[in-house]
Design a protein around this ligand. Sequence first.
Ligand code: UD1
Ligand code: CA
Length: 492
Amino acid sequence: MSNAEIAVVVLAAGKGTRLKSGLAKVLHRAGGRTLVEHVVRSAWAMRPASVLVVVGHQADDVAAVVAPLGARTVVQEPQRGTGHAVQVARAVISKSAKYALVVPGDAPLLRAETLDALARAHTASGAAATILSAMLQDPAGYGRILRKQDGSVAAIVEEKAATPEQRAIREVNSSTYAFTLEKLWPCLEELQPENVHRELYLTDAIALLDQRGEKVIAEIAADPHEILGCNTRAELAEVDRVFRARKRAALMEAGVTIQLPETVLVDPDVSIGPDTVIEPAVQLLGATRIGAGCTVRTGSVISDSRLDDNVTVRQHCVVTNCRLGAGCVVGPFAHLRDGAELRPGARVGNFVEVKKSVLHEGVKAMHLTYLGDAEVGRDTNVGAGTITCNYDGVRKNPTKIGERVFVGSGTELVAPVEVGDGAYIAAGSTITENVPAESLAIARERQVTKPGWVAERRARQSEKTKLENRKSKFGPKPTSEKKRRAAKTKRR
Ligand code: UD1
Ligand code: CA
Protein backbone atom coordinates (compact mmCIF):
# COMPACT_ATOMS: atom_id res chain seq x y z
CA MET A 1 0.00 0.00 0.00
CA SER A 2 1.11 3.49 -0.67
CA ASN A 3 0.73 5.94 2.18
CA ALA A 4 0.38 8.55 -0.56
CA GLU A 5 -3.37 7.78 -0.55
CA ILE A 6 -3.60 8.74 3.09
CA ALA A 7 -4.47 12.11 4.58
CA VAL A 8 -3.77 12.50 8.28
CA VAL A 9 -6.26 14.65 10.18
CA VAL A 10 -5.14 15.88 13.59
CA LEU A 11 -7.95 17.04 15.88
CA ALA A 12 -6.60 20.01 17.81
CA ALA A 13 -9.44 22.53 18.11
CA GLY A 14 -10.59 21.75 21.63
CA LYS A 15 -10.04 23.90 24.70
CA GLY A 16 -9.07 21.24 27.21
CA THR A 17 -11.39 22.36 30.01
CA ARG A 18 -10.11 19.71 32.43
CA LEU A 19 -6.60 21.23 32.46
CA LYS A 20 -8.03 24.44 33.98
CA SER A 21 -5.61 26.48 31.92
CA GLY A 22 -5.47 29.69 29.93
CA LEU A 23 -3.48 27.77 27.32
CA ALA A 24 -5.13 25.52 24.73
CA LYS A 25 -4.64 21.86 25.58
CA VAL A 26 -2.53 20.90 22.55
CA LEU A 27 -0.09 23.75 23.33
CA HIS A 28 0.79 22.27 26.70
CA ARG A 29 4.18 20.57 26.77
CA ALA A 30 5.30 17.06 27.58
CA GLY A 31 8.65 15.48 26.80
CA GLY A 32 10.07 18.86 25.78
CA ARG A 33 7.60 19.69 23.02
CA THR A 34 4.02 20.87 22.66
CA LEU A 35 1.53 18.01 22.43
CA VAL A 36 0.45 18.88 18.91
CA GLU A 37 4.05 19.05 17.69
CA HIS A 38 4.66 15.47 18.82
CA VAL A 39 1.54 14.34 17.00
CA VAL A 40 2.33 16.16 13.75
CA ARG A 41 5.89 14.80 13.76
CA SER A 42 4.69 11.23 14.20
CA ALA A 43 2.11 11.80 11.46
CA TRP A 44 4.71 12.96 8.94
CA ALA A 45 7.05 10.13 9.89
CA MET A 46 4.62 7.56 8.43
CA ARG A 47 4.83 9.48 5.13
CA PRO A 48 1.23 10.31 4.27
CA ALA A 49 0.24 12.56 1.38
CA SER A 50 -0.71 15.37 3.72
CA VAL A 51 -1.13 16.35 7.36
CA LEU A 52 -4.08 18.56 8.18
CA VAL A 53 -4.63 20.04 11.63
CA VAL A 54 -8.09 21.11 12.73
CA VAL A 55 -7.62 24.21 14.88
CA GLY A 56 -10.14 26.31 16.81
CA HIS A 57 -9.34 27.30 20.37
CA GLN A 58 -6.31 29.66 20.14
CA ALA A 59 -6.21 28.78 16.45
CA ASP A 60 -3.44 31.22 15.51
CA ASP A 61 -1.11 29.98 18.21
CA VAL A 62 -1.67 26.34 17.30
CA ALA A 63 -1.22 27.14 13.60
CA ALA A 64 2.06 28.92 14.41
CA VAL A 65 3.36 25.70 15.94
CA VAL A 66 2.29 23.32 13.18
CA ALA A 67 2.85 25.47 10.07
CA PRO A 68 6.67 25.29 10.30
CA LEU A 69 6.26 21.50 10.40
CA GLY A 70 4.58 21.61 7.01
CA ALA A 71 1.05 20.88 8.20
CA ARG A 72 -1.99 22.64 6.79
CA THR A 73 -4.66 23.96 9.11
CA VAL A 74 -8.40 24.36 8.90
CA VAL A 75 -10.42 26.34 11.43
CA GLN A 76 -13.33 24.73 13.28
CA GLU A 77 -15.42 27.51 14.78
CA PRO A 78 -17.33 26.91 16.99
CA GLN A 79 -16.05 23.54 18.21
CA ARG A 80 -19.02 21.23 18.12
CA GLY A 81 -17.31 17.94 18.78
CA THR A 82 -14.87 15.44 17.27
CA GLY A 83 -17.35 14.42 14.53
CA HIS A 84 -17.89 18.05 13.60
CA ALA A 85 -14.10 18.55 13.45
CA VAL A 86 -13.83 15.85 10.78
CA GLN A 87 -16.79 17.39 8.91
CA VAL A 88 -14.87 20.67 8.81
CA ALA A 89 -11.73 18.88 7.62
CA ARG A 90 -13.66 17.29 4.75
CA ALA A 91 -13.68 20.54 2.77
CA VAL A 92 -9.89 20.62 2.69
CA ILE A 93 -8.99 16.94 2.32
CA SER A 94 -7.71 16.32 -1.16
CA LYS A 95 -10.11 14.45 -3.47
CA SER A 96 -7.28 12.07 -4.30
CA ALA A 97 -7.06 10.85 -0.71
CA LYS A 98 -8.70 7.45 -0.31
CA TYR A 99 -8.13 7.06 3.42
CA ALA A 100 -7.91 9.31 6.43
CA LEU A 101 -6.03 8.64 9.61
CA VAL A 102 -7.73 10.64 12.33
CA VAL A 103 -5.49 11.37 15.30
CA PRO A 104 -6.27 13.34 18.47
CA GLY A 105 -3.93 16.26 19.08
CA ASP A 106 -3.64 15.39 22.77
CA ALA A 107 -2.15 11.89 22.50
CA PRO A 108 1.53 12.70 21.91
CA LEU A 109 3.06 9.31 22.69
CA LEU A 110 1.63 7.74 19.55
CA ARG A 111 4.49 6.54 17.32
CA ALA A 112 4.71 6.62 13.55
CA GLU A 113 5.21 2.82 13.48
CA THR A 114 1.87 2.36 15.22
CA LEU A 115 0.11 4.68 12.76
CA ASP A 116 1.70 2.84 9.88
CA ALA A 117 0.64 -0.55 11.25
CA LEU A 118 -2.91 0.77 11.71
CA ALA A 119 -3.02 1.93 8.09
CA ARG A 120 -1.77 -1.47 6.90
CA ALA A 121 -4.27 -3.40 9.01
CA HIS A 122 -7.04 -1.18 7.67
CA THR A 123 -6.31 -1.64 4.00
CA ALA A 124 -5.52 -5.35 4.36
CA SER A 125 -8.89 -6.06 6.02
CA GLY A 126 -10.99 -3.99 3.66
CA ALA A 127 -12.81 -2.52 6.66
CA ALA A 128 -14.58 0.83 6.43
CA ALA A 129 -13.02 1.88 9.74
CA THR A 130 -10.21 0.55 11.90
CA ILE A 131 -9.99 1.78 15.45
CA LEU A 132 -6.75 1.85 17.40
CA SER A 133 -7.80 0.53 20.79
CA ALA A 134 -5.94 -0.31 23.96
CA MET A 135 -6.44 -2.51 27.00
CA LEU A 136 -6.15 -0.34 30.10
CA GLN A 137 -6.03 -1.35 33.76
CA ASP A 138 -8.09 1.72 34.50
CA PRO A 139 -10.28 2.61 31.51
CA ALA A 140 -12.00 5.52 33.30
CA GLY A 141 -12.63 8.55 31.10
CA TYR A 142 -12.26 6.77 27.77
CA GLY A 143 -14.87 5.56 25.30
CA ARG A 144 -15.32 1.75 25.43
CA ILE A 145 -15.18 -0.60 22.45
CA LEU A 146 -18.30 -2.78 22.02
CA ARG A 147 -17.33 -5.88 20.08
CA LYS A 148 -19.69 -8.27 18.34
CA GLN A 149 -19.64 -12.09 18.49
CA ASP A 150 -17.33 -12.25 15.47
CA GLY A 151 -14.87 -9.79 17.05
CA SER A 152 -15.71 -6.87 14.80
CA VAL A 153 -16.90 -3.62 16.37
CA ALA A 154 -20.54 -2.61 16.79
CA ALA A 155 -20.07 0.75 18.48
CA ILE A 156 -18.05 2.96 20.80
CA VAL A 157 -19.85 4.07 23.92
CA GLU A 158 -18.65 7.15 25.76
CA GLU A 159 -18.13 6.75 29.48
CA LYS A 160 -20.94 9.09 30.41
CA ALA A 161 -23.46 7.11 28.33
CA ALA A 162 -22.18 3.66 29.32
CA THR A 163 -24.07 1.13 31.42
CA PRO A 164 -22.24 -0.36 34.44
CA GLU A 165 -21.51 -3.52 32.39
CA GLN A 166 -20.08 -1.42 29.54
CA ARG A 167 -17.93 0.54 31.98
CA ALA A 168 -16.36 -2.73 33.07
CA ILE A 169 -14.95 -3.16 29.54
CA ARG A 170 -11.23 -2.48 29.58
CA GLU A 171 -10.78 -2.05 25.85
CA VAL A 172 -10.87 1.68 25.11
CA ASN A 173 -11.00 3.95 22.09
CA SER A 174 -7.72 5.82 21.53
CA SER A 175 -9.46 8.32 19.24
CA THR A 176 -7.03 7.29 16.49
CA TYR A 177 -8.78 5.71 13.51
CA ALA A 178 -8.23 4.76 9.90
CA PHE A 179 -11.26 5.49 7.72
CA THR A 180 -12.08 4.70 4.11
CA LEU A 181 -13.37 8.12 3.16
CA GLU A 182 -16.15 7.18 0.74
CA LYS A 183 -17.65 5.03 3.52
CA LEU A 184 -17.15 7.63 6.25
CA TRP A 185 -18.66 10.71 4.58
CA PRO A 186 -22.31 9.58 4.45
CA CYS A 187 -22.18 8.53 8.12
CA LEU A 188 -20.67 11.83 9.19
CA GLU A 189 -23.64 13.63 7.67
CA GLU A 190 -25.98 11.61 9.85
CA LEU A 191 -24.36 12.42 13.19
CA GLN A 192 -26.76 13.83 15.79
CA PRO A 193 -25.81 15.78 18.94
CA GLU A 194 -27.55 13.26 21.18
CA ASN A 195 -25.34 13.47 24.24
CA VAL A 196 -24.86 15.54 27.38
CA HIS A 197 -22.56 18.01 25.62
CA ARG A 198 -24.84 18.48 22.58
CA GLU A 199 -21.83 17.73 20.35
CA LEU A 200 -21.33 15.68 17.19
CA TYR A 201 -19.23 12.70 18.26
CA LEU A 202 -16.96 10.97 15.78
CA THR A 203 -17.40 7.86 17.92
CA ASP A 204 -21.07 7.71 16.83
CA ALA A 205 -19.95 7.23 13.22
CA ILE A 206 -18.82 3.72 14.21
CA ALA A 207 -22.34 2.52 15.06
CA LEU A 208 -23.67 4.19 11.92
CA LEU A 209 -21.14 2.31 9.78
CA ASP A 210 -22.11 -0.94 11.48
CA GLN A 211 -25.80 -0.27 10.86
CA ARG A 212 -25.05 0.17 7.15
CA GLY A 213 -23.46 -3.27 7.14
CA GLU A 214 -19.92 -1.89 6.88
CA LYS A 215 -17.10 -3.69 8.59
CA VAL A 216 -15.40 -1.97 11.56
CA ILE A 217 -12.43 -3.52 13.29
CA ALA A 218 -10.27 -2.55 16.25
CA GLU A 219 -6.54 -3.13 16.51
CA ILE A 220 -5.20 -3.29 20.05
CA ALA A 221 -2.06 -1.19 20.58
CA ALA A 222 0.87 -3.32 21.76
CA ASP A 223 1.93 -0.59 24.20
CA PRO A 224 -1.07 0.93 25.96
CA HIS A 225 1.07 3.94 27.00
CA GLU A 226 0.99 5.14 23.43
CA ILE A 227 -2.63 6.12 23.48
CA LEU A 228 -2.54 8.11 26.73
CA GLY A 229 -4.38 11.40 26.34
CA CYS A 230 -3.57 14.54 28.29
CA ASN A 231 -6.90 15.71 29.65
CA THR A 232 -5.62 16.57 33.14
CA ARG A 233 -2.40 17.87 34.67
CA ALA A 234 -1.82 14.45 36.21
CA GLU A 235 -2.09 12.81 32.78
CA LEU A 236 0.30 15.43 31.35
CA ALA A 237 2.86 14.58 34.03
CA GLU A 238 2.46 10.87 33.34
CA VAL A 239 2.96 11.38 29.59
CA ASP A 240 6.01 13.56 30.25
CA ARG A 241 7.43 10.82 32.45
CA VAL A 242 7.05 8.26 29.66
CA PHE A 243 8.75 10.56 27.10
CA ARG A 244 11.67 11.25 29.42
CA ALA A 245 12.12 7.56 30.16
CA ARG A 246 12.11 6.76 26.43
CA LYS A 247 14.79 9.38 25.78
CA ARG A 248 17.02 8.21 28.62
CA ALA A 249 16.67 4.60 27.54
CA ALA A 250 17.79 5.53 24.02
CA LEU A 251 20.83 7.40 25.38
CA MET A 252 21.84 4.55 27.69
CA GLU A 253 21.44 2.17 24.76
CA ALA A 254 23.88 4.40 22.85
CA GLY A 255 26.56 4.14 25.56
CA VAL A 256 25.79 7.00 27.95
CA THR A 257 25.95 6.41 31.71
CA ILE A 258 23.07 8.02 33.55
CA GLN A 259 23.10 7.78 37.33
CA LEU A 260 19.69 7.60 39.04
CA PRO A 261 18.12 8.00 35.59
CA GLU A 262 14.67 8.98 36.82
CA THR A 263 16.13 12.24 38.24
CA VAL A 264 17.66 13.31 34.91
CA LEU A 265 15.68 15.38 32.41
CA VAL A 266 16.77 15.32 28.76
CA ASP A 267 14.98 17.11 25.92
CA PRO A 268 14.25 15.18 22.73
CA ASP A 269 16.81 16.86 20.45
CA VAL A 270 19.75 16.45 22.83
CA SER A 271 22.55 14.16 21.65
CA ILE A 272 25.28 12.67 23.86
CA GLY A 273 28.40 10.72 22.89
CA PRO A 274 29.41 7.38 24.37
CA ASP A 275 31.14 7.06 27.76
CA THR A 276 29.76 10.36 28.92
CA VAL A 277 28.56 10.27 32.53
CA ILE A 278 25.49 12.18 33.60
CA GLU A 279 25.11 12.49 37.37
CA PRO A 280 21.78 12.72 39.20
CA ALA A 281 19.51 15.77 38.96
CA VAL A 282 20.98 17.11 35.72
CA GLN A 283 18.88 18.83 33.02
CA LEU A 284 20.00 18.80 29.39
CA LEU A 285 17.74 21.02 27.35
CA GLY A 286 16.99 22.33 23.87
CA ALA A 287 19.49 21.69 21.09
CA THR A 288 22.32 20.65 23.41
CA ARG A 289 24.99 18.39 21.91
CA ILE A 290 27.46 16.68 24.19
CA GLY A 291 30.52 14.79 22.99
CA ALA A 292 32.07 11.54 24.18
CA GLY A 293 33.81 11.03 27.49
CA CYS A 294 32.27 14.07 29.18
CA THR A 295 31.09 14.32 32.78
CA VAL A 296 28.15 16.44 33.78
CA ARG A 297 27.98 16.55 37.52
CA THR A 298 24.97 16.81 39.74
CA GLY A 299 22.63 19.80 39.63
CA SER A 300 23.89 21.28 36.37
CA VAL A 301 21.48 22.66 33.75
CA ILE A 302 22.76 22.85 30.19
CA SER A 303 20.63 24.45 27.46
CA ASP A 304 21.24 24.89 23.74
CA SER A 305 24.97 24.34 24.14
CA ARG A 306 27.66 22.31 22.48
CA LEU A 307 30.25 20.41 24.50
CA ASP A 308 33.09 18.72 22.65
CA ASP A 309 34.73 15.54 23.93
CA ASN A 310 36.07 15.10 27.47
CA VAL A 311 34.50 18.23 28.93
CA THR A 312 33.78 18.28 32.67
CA VAL A 313 30.95 20.37 33.98
CA ARG A 314 31.24 20.22 37.74
CA GLN A 315 28.39 20.54 40.26
CA HIS A 316 25.62 23.11 39.89
CA CYS A 317 26.58 24.96 36.73
CA VAL A 318 24.15 26.82 34.46
CA VAL A 319 25.32 26.71 30.85
CA THR A 320 23.14 28.40 28.23
CA ASN A 321 23.91 28.82 24.56
CA CYS A 322 27.64 28.13 24.92
CA ARG A 323 30.39 26.24 23.19
CA LEU A 324 32.89 24.33 25.35
CA GLY A 325 35.92 22.93 23.55
CA ALA A 326 37.53 19.56 24.21
CA GLY A 327 38.88 19.05 27.70
CA CYS A 328 37.37 22.20 29.24
CA VAL A 329 36.59 22.06 32.96
CA VAL A 330 33.98 24.40 34.42
CA GLY A 331 32.43 24.94 37.82
CA PRO A 332 31.35 24.16 40.42
CA PHE A 333 28.78 26.97 40.47
CA ALA A 334 29.70 28.56 37.13
CA HIS A 335 27.26 30.54 34.98
CA LEU A 336 28.14 30.51 31.29
CA ARG A 337 25.72 32.16 28.89
CA ASP A 338 24.81 33.97 25.70
CA GLY A 339 27.47 32.80 23.33
CA ALA A 340 30.31 32.20 25.77
CA GLU A 341 32.96 30.16 24.04
CA LEU A 342 35.68 28.22 25.83
CA ARG A 343 38.39 26.93 23.55
CA PRO A 344 39.97 23.54 24.27
CA GLY A 345 41.50 23.24 27.71
CA ALA A 346 40.16 26.53 29.07
CA ARG A 347 39.10 26.40 32.70
CA VAL A 348 36.48 28.31 34.63
CA GLY A 349 36.11 27.81 38.36
CA ASN A 350 33.61 28.56 41.08
CA PHE A 351 31.34 31.60 41.05
CA VAL A 352 32.51 32.71 37.64
CA GLU A 353 30.10 34.20 35.11
CA VAL A 354 31.05 34.34 31.45
CA LYS A 355 28.83 36.08 28.93
CA LYS A 356 29.37 36.56 25.19
CA SER A 357 33.12 36.08 25.57
CA VAL A 358 35.82 33.94 24.05
CA LEU A 359 38.34 32.26 26.35
CA HIS A 360 41.15 30.87 24.24
CA GLU A 361 43.14 27.70 24.83
CA GLY A 362 44.53 27.29 28.33
CA VAL A 363 42.85 30.36 29.85
CA LYS A 364 42.12 30.06 33.56
CA ALA A 365 39.52 32.09 35.44
CA MET A 366 39.10 30.13 38.60
CA HIS A 367 37.35 32.27 41.21
CA LEU A 368 34.61 34.88 41.59
CA THR A 369 34.90 36.58 38.22
CA TYR A 370 32.68 38.26 35.62
CA LEU A 371 33.79 38.25 32.00
CA GLY A 372 31.30 39.94 29.67
CA ASP A 373 31.89 40.93 26.02
CA ALA A 374 35.52 39.94 26.42
CA GLU A 375 38.15 38.09 24.47
CA VAL A 376 40.88 36.49 26.54
CA GLY A 377 44.03 35.26 24.73
CA ARG A 378 45.58 31.86 25.25
CA ASP A 379 47.27 30.89 28.52
CA THR A 380 46.14 34.08 30.23
CA ASN A 381 45.43 33.84 33.96
CA VAL A 382 42.48 35.81 35.23
CA GLY A 383 42.86 36.38 38.97
CA ALA A 384 40.17 35.97 41.61
CA GLY A 385 37.50 38.65 41.65
CA THR A 386 38.30 40.12 38.24
CA ILE A 387 35.43 42.05 36.70
CA THR A 388 34.92 43.44 33.23
CA CYS A 389 32.92 46.65 33.62
CA ASN A 390 31.31 46.15 30.23
CA TYR A 391 28.15 48.21 30.65
CA ASP A 392 28.28 51.99 30.82
CA GLY A 393 24.55 52.37 31.38
CA VAL A 394 23.85 52.76 27.67
CA ARG A 395 25.82 50.16 25.75
CA LYS A 396 27.94 47.05 26.21
CA ASN A 397 31.65 47.65 25.55
CA PRO A 398 34.35 45.12 24.67
CA THR A 399 37.41 44.08 26.65
CA LYS A 400 40.32 42.52 24.81
CA ILE A 401 43.02 40.73 26.76
CA GLY A 402 46.02 39.30 24.92
CA GLU A 403 47.93 36.05 25.36
CA ARG A 404 49.92 35.07 28.49
CA VAL A 405 48.58 38.04 30.42
CA PHE A 406 48.56 37.99 34.21
CA VAL A 407 45.48 39.72 35.52
CA GLY A 408 45.95 40.26 39.24
CA SER A 409 43.17 39.49 41.69
CA GLY A 410 40.49 42.08 42.20
CA THR A 411 41.08 43.85 38.89
CA GLU A 412 38.36 45.97 37.30
CA LEU A 413 38.65 46.36 33.55
CA VAL A 414 36.60 49.39 32.54
CA ALA A 415 35.58 48.72 28.95
CA PRO A 416 36.29 49.49 26.20
CA VAL A 417 39.83 48.57 27.04
CA GLU A 418 42.68 46.44 25.69
CA VAL A 419 45.51 44.63 27.42
CA GLY A 420 48.48 43.60 25.23
CA ASP A 421 50.19 40.20 25.11
CA GLY A 422 52.32 39.29 28.09
CA ALA A 423 51.21 42.29 30.17
CA TYR A 424 50.96 42.16 33.93
CA ILE A 425 48.22 43.88 35.90
CA ALA A 426 48.79 44.47 39.58
CA ALA A 427 46.14 43.14 41.94
CA GLY A 428 43.36 45.55 42.83
CA SER A 429 43.82 47.72 39.75
CA THR A 430 41.04 49.65 38.08
CA ILE A 431 42.18 49.63 34.47
CA THR A 432 40.70 52.49 32.45
CA GLU A 433 43.40 52.83 29.80
CA ASN A 434 44.90 50.34 27.38
CA VAL A 435 47.88 48.38 28.69
CA PRO A 436 50.64 47.81 26.10
CA ALA A 437 52.20 44.38 25.62
CA GLU A 438 54.80 43.19 28.11
CA SER A 439 54.19 46.11 30.49
CA LEU A 440 53.07 46.32 34.11
CA ALA A 441 49.99 48.35 34.97
CA ILE A 442 49.24 49.41 38.53
CA ALA A 443 46.10 51.48 38.92
CA ARG A 444 45.25 51.83 42.58
CA GLU A 445 45.76 54.16 45.53
CA ARG A 446 49.23 53.97 47.00
CA GLN A 447 49.15 52.31 50.37
CA VAL A 448 49.59 54.55 53.41
CA THR A 449 51.14 52.85 56.44
CA LYS A 450 51.20 54.59 59.85
CA PRO A 451 53.62 52.83 62.20
CA GLY A 452 52.49 52.65 65.84
CA TRP A 453 49.02 53.94 65.00
CA VAL A 454 47.21 51.04 66.65
CA ALA A 455 49.07 51.37 69.94
CA GLU A 456 48.40 55.11 69.97
CA ARG A 457 44.72 54.57 69.38
CA ARG A 458 44.56 51.99 72.11
CA ALA A 459 46.16 54.45 74.52
CA ARG A 460 43.73 57.21 73.51
CA GLN A 461 40.80 54.87 74.05
CA SER A 462 41.82 53.64 77.47
CA GLU A 463 42.25 57.29 78.54
CA LYS A 464 38.67 57.94 77.43
CA THR A 465 37.27 54.93 79.27
CA LYS A 466 39.00 55.96 82.48
CA LEU A 467 37.33 59.36 82.32
CA GLU A 468 33.90 57.83 81.78
CA ASN A 469 34.30 55.37 84.65
CA ARG A 470 35.18 58.19 87.01
CA LYS A 471 31.97 60.00 86.00
CA SER A 472 29.77 57.01 86.74
CA LYS A 473 31.44 56.43 90.13
CA PHE A 474 30.26 59.82 91.36
CA GLY A 475 26.86 58.91 89.95
CA PRO A 476 24.85 60.56 87.24
CA LYS A 477 23.68 64.11 87.52
CA PRO A 478 21.09 64.15 90.28
CA THR A 479 17.56 64.10 88.87
CA SER A 480 14.43 65.23 90.65
CA GLU A 481 12.25 62.59 92.35
CA LYS A 482 9.43 63.49 89.93
CA LYS A 483 11.51 62.86 86.81
CA ARG A 484 12.77 59.54 88.12
CA ARG A 485 9.25 58.33 88.75
CA ALA A 486 8.18 59.28 85.25
CA ALA A 487 11.06 57.29 83.77
CA LYS A 488 10.11 54.28 85.87
CA THR A 489 6.49 54.20 84.64
CA LYS A 490 7.67 54.53 81.05
CA ARG A 491 9.97 51.55 81.47
CA ARG A 492 6.98 49.51 82.57
C1 UD1 B 1 -12.25 11.19 22.92
C2 UD1 B 1 -13.21 10.11 22.44
C3 UD1 B 1 -13.12 8.92 23.38
C4 UD1 B 1 -11.70 8.42 23.47
C5 UD1 B 1 -10.75 9.57 23.86
C6 UD1 B 1 -9.32 9.11 23.74
C7 UD1 B 1 -15.08 11.30 21.38
C8 UD1 B 1 -16.47 11.78 21.52
N1 UD1 B 1 -14.56 10.63 22.41
O1 UD1 B 1 -12.70 11.65 24.17
O2 UD1 B 1 -13.96 7.86 22.89
O3 UD1 B 1 -11.61 7.36 24.41
O4 UD1 B 1 -10.93 10.68 22.97
O5 UD1 B 1 -8.45 10.09 24.21
O6 UD1 B 1 -14.50 11.53 20.35
N2 UD1 B 1 -11.43 18.32 19.31
C9 UD1 B 1 -11.62 19.14 18.20
N3 UD1 B 1 -12.83 19.72 18.02
C10 UD1 B 1 -13.86 19.55 18.87
C11 UD1 B 1 -13.68 18.71 20.00
C12 UD1 B 1 -12.45 18.10 20.18
O7 UD1 B 1 -10.71 19.33 17.41
O8 UD1 B 1 -14.93 20.13 18.64
C13 UD1 B 1 -10.13 17.69 19.51
C14 UD1 B 1 -9.50 18.03 20.85
O9 UD1 B 1 -8.69 19.19 20.73
C15 UD1 B 1 -8.68 16.79 21.18
C16 UD1 B 1 -9.40 15.68 20.43
O10 UD1 B 1 -10.28 16.30 19.51
O11 UD1 B 1 -7.36 16.90 20.73
C17 UD1 B 1 -10.17 14.78 21.37
O12 UD1 B 1 -11.10 15.57 22.10
P1 UD1 B 1 -11.28 15.39 23.65
O13 UD1 B 1 -12.23 16.42 24.15
O14 UD1 B 1 -9.98 15.30 24.31
O15 UD1 B 1 -12.01 13.98 23.68
P2 UD1 B 1 -12.11 12.96 24.88
O16 UD1 B 1 -13.14 13.43 25.83
O17 UD1 B 1 -10.77 12.69 25.43
CA1 CA C 1 -8.70 13.48 25.08
